[in-house]
Design a protein around this ligand. Structure first.
Ligand code: SF4
Length: 301
């Protein structure tokens, strides 16, 4: 039985009868939750951009923006009240998973350990989530969409579209500990489902590429290489036809630097040709074919 199957059967069993959670494990869980609260609310805020294992695999353009605007509180997520809460319950879900793994007596060799790895420029630092049976795992809480369509589709699916830099993160932790990367223990934060997305047994190609990506980004940031967008605008389509408008793609739409990158005049608007009561919204960068309000109204008359 895999360790995740053991956790699942514990959860099933707990619905039939009370399960004893040893006092020591309860105390560790309480400590982990407190650390999560302190991390989000009382730890000293970083005003400087820092290259870390958890961020270095992200698109270089985002990292360059982050470096440039690190001390500018008017840029980014400063106004989003939900960011803190989202991060906090992500950390607490992680603590719950660790508690469950402790209860089923998985062979845990480390939790939330600080690591560092020498690079050409400096020692890159990070904090891994958990080591089980000599493999380093990262714990992720995911939306239902990402649980099913990303992590649920296997390792290759994450590798194909790794905009959060999950592979460099995992392989950097593993490399710094001279262990293998075990993959991601993923929890669907909406439903409580769990899965593990593991690398294939022969993962040297993934590892090589992930570490290379990290090193390329480190070099570019240390040498202050010129900013270059990593993503293009999308030609908007309505049905099968192009509308003539240009919109941001998914990564740019969620990027906190999109206004700095594409201009303050980008507009978040409903799809311009749609007559749906709940149209999809896009970030319009070029609005060459706007909604024809007047002609629509005169047609109705
Ligand atoms: S908006 Fe897009 S291109 Fe610009 S920094 Fe963000 S991800 Fe990169």
């Amino acid at each position: 039985m895999t360790f995740l199957e053991e956790v699942k059967s514990l959860l099933v069993e707990s619905q039939r009868r009370p399960i004893k959670i040893p006092d020591e494990i309860q105390k560790e869980f309480a400590k982990d939750c407190l650390s999560a609260v302190q991390k989000q609310f009382t730890d000293k805020r970083e005003s400087e951009f820092r290259i870390r294992m958890s961020n270095i695999g992200r698109p270089l353009c985002q990292l360059q923006m982050e470096k440039k605007y690190a001390t500018d509180s008017t840029v980014g997520y400063a106004d989003n009240y939900n960011t803190k809460l989202r991060n906090l319950y992500g950390d607490i879900i992680e603590a719950v998973v660790v508690m469950l793994l402790r209860v089923v007596k998985v062979n845990i060799q480390g939790v939330q350990g600080k690591v560092k790895l020498k690079t050409k420029y400096f020692d890159i630092k990070g904090t891994y989530d958990i080591i089980i049976d000599d493999k380093v795992y990262d714990i992720k809480s995911a939306s239902s969409f990402s649980f099913r369509n990303k992590f649920g589709q296997g390792f290759q699916s994450i590798a194909n579209d790794d905009v959060f830099g999950y592979l460099p993160q995992g392989y950097l932790y593993a490399q710094s500990l001279k262990k293998n990367f075990g993959g991601w223990i993923v929890i669907n934060k909406e439903t409580g489902e769990m899965l593990i997305t593991e690398p294939p047994q022969e993962d040297s190609k993934f590892k090589r590429e992930a570490l290379k990506r990290a090193n390329t980004n480190i070099k570019a940031l240390m040498k202050d290489e010129p900013f270059e967008r990593q993503f293009e605008l999308k030609n908007e389509k309505f049905g099968r036809n192009e509308t003539g408008n240009k919109v941001l793609g998914t990564v740019c739409s969620y990027c906190q630097y999109k206004h700095k990158c594409w201009g303050d005049d980008i507009q978040y608007l409903p799809q311009q040709q749609s007559k749906s009561a709940n149209p999809t919204y896009y970030w319009y960068v070029e609005l060459n074919n706007p909604r024809q309000v007047e002609s629509e109204e005169s047609q109705k008359k």
